[in-house]
Design a protein around this ligand. Structure first.
Ligand code: DQA
Length: 144
């Protein structure tokens, strides 16, 4: 079973972001971690990253059309992209929102997620393990 793992703006530059907040795994190591953990739970992950809202929406549309489950870290788009929310709403397959950091423990603007209401659930605050936990949850949802 395939799963699309989408990552939003600035996540490809994790090595340049605060390691106190995001840990010390760079994006290519995170990508490897996701591919490996997906395989361990019996999923075939396709890991994509874009700084462009348009491109992320296009990938969500493709997943909607092919009924492909999604794990998404929309990064800063989480907090204000109604367009990404609307695109996710059209995905009938299981979809899970993830964040490396615990957004609720950070600045107030990060306490709002405009996408949480259209996904099956949200996992935040566990670093790369947020993706692992999401893949396990997704596998269980797909099996239902
Ligand atoms: C993030 C949290 C967002 O608030 C932030 O804009 C990011 C990363 C996370 O994974 O913790 O870029 O989504």
């Amino acid at each position: 079973m395939k799963v699309r793992v989408l990552n939003g703006p600035n996540l490809a530059r994790l090595d340049l972001r605060s390691s106190a907040i995001y840990g010390d795994m760079n994006f290519s190591a995170l990508q490897e971690f996701i591919l490996k953990t997906a395989a361990e739970v019996g999923l075939e992950a396709e890991v994509l990253q874009s700084d462009s809202e348009t491109e992320l929406i296009h990938w969500i549309h493709e997943a909607a059309d092919s009924h492909t489950p999604i794990v998404i870290n929309p990064a800063a788009f989480t907090h204000y992209s109604y367009a990404i929310r609307d695109a996710l709403e059209m995905v009938s397959a299981p979809k899970i929102e993830v964040h490396l950091s615990n957004t609720m423990a950070r600045e107030e603007f990060r306490h709002t997620s405009v996408v949480s209401g259209v996904v099956h659930g949200t996992i935040a605050g566990f670093g790369p393990d947020s993706y692992r936990l999401a893949l396990i949850a997704l596998k269980n949802l797909v099996g239902k």
